[in-house]
Design a binder for this molecule. Structure first.
Ligand code: NAD
Ligand code: TYD
Length: 348
């Protein structure tokens, strides 16, 4: 049986990737390694936790002794690396934890894989999940291509850029087989309510203000999380060694337009009068170093691997809203305790 390590599998995107691999590849053992930080939640995986080909290991990728031991024990054939600190606002208040997990953690994994595989790299793969934020910001026009220069602006994107460079460097220096993908903003079920869409869904449910940064004229390219998981599956299995792919939704929205659409859809779902939720919009102090616009040219993965999104934004958003409305226990569980302190510090 093949054995694949997925790191960060209890988080938002990681849980969708774990679910996809566990269900698509019953002949492959999937080991989910996650430290269960505030963003990690095993309740994201209750539907597959008893699968015969699934194992969970709690552990921290910044601990090189632990990581080495895990690799010696399991002899993985491949890794899909998603574990990271992932929220830009948190990186502004605590950059060092981003360096630790995103840079040091990634290098620890690379070292262990190099040691484990150095005798024979055949059929091995280190798949690194990264972000379009490494490219910095676009002006009003243009798209990020795989060849766009890295130009990160936030501590988060700087740490992800650094980790991408280390992966590539291990490929060049030691011959480690790798693939990197850089994806645009994801949304969907199990998204921790600190990022724009789940935060605003939660606030609309509870009639709380919707804190729009600056003038709201920032643009993001949104992709439904399951379409990202499908792209990772495809590229993990089919990409050439050392390939990089940009993954995006062909779906640009200015924040303020997205928020207004969300308000309209939520009013309909909650049976509120049209315009009720829009009244919650509150313009607040802008994020420092706020990138104006991200937009992905995903034509390479489309042409080479035949990937494209399977749902429209309206379909994906409706699925997402329905999921949050049907999973109030999940939402309550993740917004109790430490979340309240985070919210106060960030928004009050
Ligand atoms: P997330 O914050 O929801 O989940 C991160 C997971 O990593 C959590 O389960 C957490 O417990 C785990 N983790 C954190 N530190 C760890 C450590 N030191 N050791 C082991 N596990 C640790 O993040 P996400 O949004 O699911 O993002 C997953 C990956 O995808 C990240 O690498 C992120 O940079 C990348 N990405 C995210 C987006 C997006 O829109 N969310 C877009 C493109 C790329
Ligand atoms: P976010 O979901 O944090 O993703 P990223 O910063 O990685 O793109 O933010 C998406 C956009 O929404 C970004 O332009 C910042 C903005 N935003 C707000 O206006 N208010 C908020 O409370 C948050 C969290 C984000």
């Amino acid at each position: 049986m093949k054995k694949i390590l997925i790191t960060g599998g209890a988080g938002f995107i990681g849980s969708h990737v774990v679910r996809r691999f566990v269900t698509q590849y019953p002949e492959t053992t999937i080991v989910n390694l996650d430290a269960l930080t505030y963003a990690g939640n095993l309740n994201n995986l209750t539907d597959i936790e008893d699968a015969a080909n699934y194992t969970f290991v709690k552990g921290d990728i910044t601990d090189s002794t632990f990581v080495n031991q895990l690799f010696k024990e399991h002899h993985f054939d491949g890794v899909v690396h998603l574990a990271a600190e992932s929220h830009v606002d948190r990186s502004i208040t605590d950059p060092v934890s981003f360096v630790m997990t995103n840079v040091i953690g990634t290098v620890n994994l690379l070292n262990s894989f190099k040691e484990l595989w150095k005798a024979d790299f055949t059929n091995k793969r280190f798949y690194h999940v990264s972000t379009d934020e490494v490219y910095g910001t676009l002006g009003e026009t243009g798209l990020f291509k795989e060849t766009t220069s890295y130009d990160p602006n936030s501590p988060y994107s700087a740490s992800k850029a650094s980790s991408d460079h280390f992966v590539r460097a291990y490929g060049e220096t030691y011959g480690l087989p790798y693939v990197i993908s850089n994806c645009s903003n994801n949304y969907g079920p199990h998204h921790f309510p600190e990022k724009l869409i789940p935060l605003f869904i939660n606030n609309i449910i509870h009639n709380k203000p919707l804190p729009v940064y600056g003038d709201g004229n920032y643009t993001r390219d949104w992709l439904y999380v399951i379409d990202h998981a499908i792209a990772i599956d495809l590229a993990f299995h089919k990409a050439e060694n050392a390939a990089t792919y940009n993954i995006g939704g062909f779906n640009e929205w200015k924040n303020i337009d997205l928020v207004k659409l969300l308000c309209k859809m939520m009013d309909e779902k909650l049976g509120r009068d049209a315009g009720t939720s829009e009244k919650l919009i509150t313009y607040v102090t802008d994020r420092p170093g706020h990138d104006l616009r991200y937009a992905i040219d995903a034509s390479k993965i489309n042409q080479e691997l035949g990937w494209k999104p399977t749902v429209t934004f309206e379909q994906g958003l409706e699925k997402t809203i329905d999921w949050y409305l049907n999973n109030d226990e999940w939402l309550e569980q993740v917004t109790s305790g430490a979340y309240q302190d985070y919210y106060k510090k960030q928004y009050e």
